[in-house]
Design a protein around this ligand. Sequence first.
Ligand code: ZN
Length: 489
Amino acid sequence: MAEVSDLKAAAALLSWDQQTYMPSGGAAARAEQIATLEKLAHGRFVSEEVDSWLEDAASETRALSYDSDDASLVRLTRRDYDKARSIPPSLVEELARRTSLGMEVWVKARGRSDFGLFRSTLQTLVDLQRELADCLGYRERRYDALLDQYEPGMRSAELDRLFADLKGGLVPLVQDISQKLESVQDEVLRQSFPIEKQTTFGLEMAQEMGFDFTGGRQDQSVHPFCTSFSNRDVRITTRFDERFLPSALFGTLHETGHALYEQGVSPALERTPLSSGTSLGIHESQSRLWENLVGRSRGFWKFAYPRLQRTFPRQLAGCSPEAFYRAINRVEPSLIRVEADEVTYNLHIMLRYELEAQLVEDSLPVADLPEAWNGKMRDYLGITPPNDALGVLQDVHWSHGLFGYFPTYSLGNLISVQLYDRARREVPSIPEDIERGEFSPLLSWLRESVHRHGRKFMPAELVHRVTGEELRAEPFVSYLKAKYGEIYS
Ligand code: ZN
């Protein structure tokens, strides 16, 4: 497992380099290098002997407690192993080839804003996803097999329940706010903010929150991400928009949340399959917690705003802390998911989830996708995309073969609030600590409750262990209603 982990880390490092510093001419050779490392890692992992090792290890660890590192290592590795073995190598190869081709076609189709150019490619990708789901296996719905790859144990029946509650709370809230859009303005964020100063301020905030830069760094990339090669080497990236302050600022806080999770995994789990976050949903709960629940709160800016004003004295001269707080929390139903605010964001996700589930379960023909997309945009957000580029073609995920991935963004939002509520109940000083720029009480609680476990527990298990509750939409909806009810009267 240590060797497999090393090979994967090496591939991840090559991929990090590709997205940060590699000259574009290196792309073809780099793709081969990464593919070779991944093939080696996969081959080492799915070999026959691992099966018998796992069997032996299972009997050796039977007497250990469920929570122990060793018992968890055997349990989770067995789960990974059975999944990996269920996919024939020919399908793995075909998926890899079709998705890299799919990306190219998607880039072209999006550039020309023409879904027709992407249709047959998407059909092929959907067919392959069906085949993949059937290999992985499922009990109720085919979509569940795909979802399980990113959020182990989650099923669409539960998502439907969560999303129905979420939709019931969000759609009326968005409609109410839509009557009052003008009452919150954000011009102050749309001035010239020199990138050098944005960088310094973002890094300072990341460090204040607890990012250990002796075991990590930040660079620039087109799409921000976080990756790690060990918990003493965690990399985040960001992108800058000189004329819109929130892009890099909240992007950095978001990726810092991911990085804190990776840096907090127990060193005892290093070089094992457990040495990472437990699922995309739990990972996103950490990034959203720091970005939104902390970073877009009034308390955080009580501490941070004077420092931001010192960084940008001219731009923020006439802006009160309260006006700044309102500006960074402005709500507006918009076309693009990645630019969406906290309130409307999950409606973008629900729309994608509903459509991709219908695609893989054959109830929506690929040709009808743009129309279905636009219909849901009208129902949920009250706006109609003027073209495919601003509608159905905006996200990279489907062209990359990522079906079942989108819901993890919303799960992360829901989980972030449940965890934060719990943290504040157990450590009531957290909100005042944040106002003073004291983040360690919150971080310590997260380390102890979530981070150190790595992948030892399934996501639902972890949420239950920490909060004593099932995953629910209600705490998130209450949080939004309280916060935005006040901002928008
Ligand atoms: Zn994220």
